[in-house]
Design a protein around this ligand. Structure first.
Ligand code: KOT
Length: 838
């Protein structure tokens, strides 16, 4: 059946009547859904029912875009970007969809007129926390920008039943609870069982010479899992585009069960069913740490195989030959989690579709591009060979073949350089053997990028140096960005109104236009508005803090914020040392003039990362002492806001005065929180690391608080033999701070609690806290002096926001499109009754 005709056939009533974007139609549809979908009438309905009824009403309004987009892409045979990512940290959909549809105010008004509290309804949504942090959130910002720029794209990932754990703080310690985000159902997804695919796992291979002389390989798996896609629409901002996020859920294949059933092993069959479904059960909560767990490799392979099979299905549906795969799809690998795609596409093309190896290899290399997100050695993925062989026997053979051909090329280029061959090999043979996933990604991709200028330079000179020497033209930088729709328009409506009233609304799609705010930094009136907004946002956050932490914080104090995953390299404990130094100063000089500050921390520690959990305990321990001490509590407050998430971030960034970006130089690939703070008018205190460098470059050195060693200085100090204990001995203030922690001042006299942390700092300090301590404390002193000059601070705040245009993910996506994907925009025409009649 003709697609346009089919879509138009359902046109007559639903699209024109139900999908009307006005307030009255929205009310009607909300009530209809409450009745027909939730099966409730108002007296019986819960807040969750109301949320779901509104969500379904909104979903109806975006279906027209979704269907029209699919029809447009199919008709045009559009080139498509497939963004493969093990994580998509989307955050709540409802508010964002209302903004992008342009009916946020109408919906609010409609709910209010029905006597409902709109903000309370929005707060009902369980956020899909299908990511750990920066990497997953970047994927979410990128698919938002691709939809806004009208680039045909599919986000492919895993529909984890349990997302990132929920964090609470009990007695100062992190406690994890499972995240049952699907508990009340998910109104934003559509299951597509008709596009389910089968994924093989385990078993062995059989090699056979056929009669015609060709060699064929059969993979006889020990298990089959079925992958069922769940689609979520991703709306562009005020355009007609609705792209798709396609997440795979693992299910037991019926047919496979029957075999076991027939053998009479009911229990065994049920166990097998459960174990297949475990595949998409839970997100691994380790950020920047490679675990080496079998289930994790199975997850990666599962979603990659499902996604590539899906792309092949799409090509076959459009009658496109597989030789043109790389013309139809540009596939971006979000770090190495999906890097097995290189071997899987080869397997699909060569084994299943009988394409000659060389042709398949050309197609594969032209298809993939690889983004690296970390320089941390412990995060570089490698799989023990025996484990890899057990799960993916055929892929190991394919990787050996790729490696053999690749190393031949290396030997031709560098005759006699066996050390280089060993360094470049896809297999690490220096001890027990491993498959190096970053090497597989580099060899199988035509483009490799880092996520900030410094990070890309360090990839070229360090982590991927041998690959850079081999293929310099594959490398480029793509500095990260974040979507201003979620991180300004949705999160900070007050600022959005002021900005739009001042310079119009274009900035929402063209963030560079925020530049127009620059002259307004000189207007006392504008500055005063700017301050009022920040103050209102801080008051709102103070209420949240009072509720969650039971601590009263003063909205007129400086909100000094560090929110991100808890990790030694991010150095939350450096901020802790500074707070203790301030506390000691105030105790020693009670009349010291010090502008009141509220230190706000948030972030999750990987459940198995003991030092990170101890860092949380230290921060909460400092809070317990400082917040209760009558001598300082009016000037210093320390809070740890539990369960940092996208939802909480939306309240935090708009309320921050100071953004803490204090990682050891050379360790943070980019950071993206730094950009969210900047857009919302926070000033940054930071090191020369990741995108901080580029933020400082655009805002100017005068509008940025810089401290600490640079990357070359860190390397030099490392090389000359860093002895943190010497630094401790030479700095009396540092000594006093460390001694206090050591002696149990922040652990109710327990001198053993923080011992591992203190000892690590004194004797190893792998992240150079002691070397940066003095510089950090002095820089904070400058921050304090600047803060008291309110007008100056406000000017700097406005300039920070005005100069944040570069850090829109729209800019990042334009860069990827121009240099790597070459996927033109395809504007969508809405299907309406007009098409039936025409
Ligand atoms: C996790 C495991 C393996 C490899 C990389 C990671 C990773 C990196 N997870 N999050 N990141 C962050 O990615 C962000 C987006 O590019 C960066 O801004 C940030 O610096 C990384 O730490």
């Amino acid at each position: 059946m003709d697609t346009r005709a089919a879509a138009a056939a359902v046109d007559h009533r639903p699209l024109s009547e139900r999908a009307a974007l006005n307030k009255e139609a929205l009310k009607q549809s909300f009530l209809d859904n409450l009745f027909h979908t939730q099966g409730k009438f108002p007296a019986l309905a819960s807040k969750s029912d109301y949320y779901l009824a509104l969500a379904y009403a909104v979903r109806e309004r975006l279906l027209q875009r979704w269907i029209s987009t699919a029809a447009e892409y199919m008709q045009k045979g559009a080139r498509t970007v497939s963004y493969l990512s093990a994580e998509f940290l989307m955050g709540p959909h409802l508010g964002n969809n209302l903004i992008n549809l342009g009916i946020y105010d109408e919906a609010k008004q409609a709910m209010t007129e029905l006597g409902l509290n709109f903000d309370e309804l929005l707060a009902q949504e369980e956020e899909p926390g299908l990511g750990n942090g920066g990497l997953g959130r970047l994927a979410a910002c990128f698919i938002d920008s691709m939809a806004t720029l009208e680039i045909p794209s599919l986000g492919y990932g895993i529909r984890y039943e349990f997302g990132i754990f929920h964090q609470s703080i009990v007695d100062g310690w992190q406690v994890e609870k499972t995240d049952k985000w699907l508990r009340y159902g998910n109104p934003w997804e559509l299951q597509r069982p008709e596009w389910a695919v089968q994924v093989k796992l385990g078993g062995y291979t059989e090699h056979r010479s056929e009669e015609d002389g060709t060699l064929t390989v059969r993979w006889i798996p020990s298990r089959l899992v079925s992958g069922v896609p769940y689609d979520t629409p991703i709306l562009g901002y005020r355009n007609n585009t609705a792209n798709t996020l396609r997440l795979w859920s693992a299910q037991a294949p019926e047919s496979f069960d029957f075999e076991v059933f027939n053998r009479g092993d009911y229990y065994g069959a049920v166990m097998q069913k459960m174990s297949s479904e475990n595949l998409s059960k839970v997100l691994y909560p380790n950020d920047e740490h490679e675990g080496g767990k079998e289930l994790r490799l199975e997850q990666q392979y599962f979603f990659v195989s499902c996604s590539l099979q899906d792309m092949i299905r799409i090509m076959q549906g459009q009658r496109l030959p597989l030789e043109h795969f790389h013309e139809k799809f540009a596939v971006q690998l979000n770090d190495t989690h999906p890097a097995i795609a290189v071997a899987e596409l080869m397997r699909l093309l060569v084994d299943e579709h009988k394409m000659p190896w060389n042709r398949a290899w050309q197609v594969t290399c032209k298809t993939f591009a690889y983004t690296n997100h970390t320089l941390m050695p412990e995060a570089l993925e490698r799989w023990p060979l025996p484990l890899f062989k057990k799960v993916l026997p055929r892929h190991l053979e394919i990787i050996f073949e790729i490696n053999a051909r690749f190393l031949d090329e290396v030997r031709r280029r560098y005759p006699g350089d066996s050390a280089r061959v060993a360094r470049l090999s896809l297999i690490d043979e220096s001890g027990p053997r491993y498959v190096r996933m970053a090497h597989l990604a580099c060899v199988g991709s035509h483009a490799i990028n880092g996520v900030a200028e410094l990070h890309t330079e360090l990839l070229k000179s360090d982590v991927l140096r041998d690959f850079y020497e081999l293929w310099p033209n594959k490398f480029s930088n793509k500095t990260n960005g974040v979507t201003p729709r979620r991180w300004m328009v949705l999160a900070n409506p007050r600022l959005t109104r002021l900005v739009s009233d001042s310079i119009g609304e274009d900035w929402i799609k063209h963030l560079d236009q925020l530049q127009k705010l620059e002259p307004l930094a000189e207007s006392a009136d504008f500055r005063s508005h700017w301050r009022e907004i920040k103050r209102a946002n801080k008051r709102a956050l103070a209420e949240v803090i009072a509720r969650r932490c039971n601590v009263a914080v003063d909205p007129d104090s400086m909100f000094d914020v560090q929110v991100k995953r808890i990790h030694e390299y991010k150095r939350q404990h450096l901020a802790a040392l500074h707070i203790i130094a301030l506390y000691l100063q105030l105790k020693a000089q009670p009349n010291l003039e010090l502008a009141p500050r509220t230190f706000i921390f948030g972030g999750k520690a990987a459940p198995g990362y003991r030092m990170a959990k101890l860092m949380i305990k230290l921060i909460t321990g400092i809070g317990d002492v400082v917040n209760r001490d009558p001598m300082v509590r009016d000037r210093l407050k320390v809070v740890f806001l539990p369960n940092f998430s996208v939802t909480n971030g939306q309240r935090i960034y708009p309320a921050a005065d100071l953004s803490e970006q204090i990682s050891t130089a050379g360790k943070e690939a980019s950071g993206t929180g730094n950009m969210k703070f900047q857009m919302n008018g926070a000033l940054t205190i930071g090191t020369m690391d990741g995108a901080n460098i580029e933020i400082r470059e655009v805002v100017g050195a005068d509008n940025f608080f810089l401290f600490g060693l640079t990357t070359p200085q860190v390397y030099a100090l490392q090389a000359q033999g860093y002895r943190p204990h010497d630094w401790y001995e030479q700095d009396p203030q540092l000594r006093e701070v460390i001694d206090m922690i050591r002696d149990g001042y922040f652990s109710r006299g327990d001198a053993s609690l923080f011992r591992p942390l203190v000892d690590s700092l004194l004797w190893h300090d792998p992240y150079f806290l002691f070397a940066d301590f003095r510089s950090y404390v002095e820089c904070q002193q400058r921050v304090g002096e600047t803060w008291v000059d309110t007008e100056r601070w406000t000017r700097m705040s406005i300039l920070n926001s005005a100069r944040s245009g570069k850090f829109s993910s729209d800019r990042s996506i334009r860069d990827y499109t121009k240099d790597i994907w070459h996927a033109p925009s395809v504007p969508v025409e809405l299907l309406t009754e007009h098409h039936v009649r025409a």
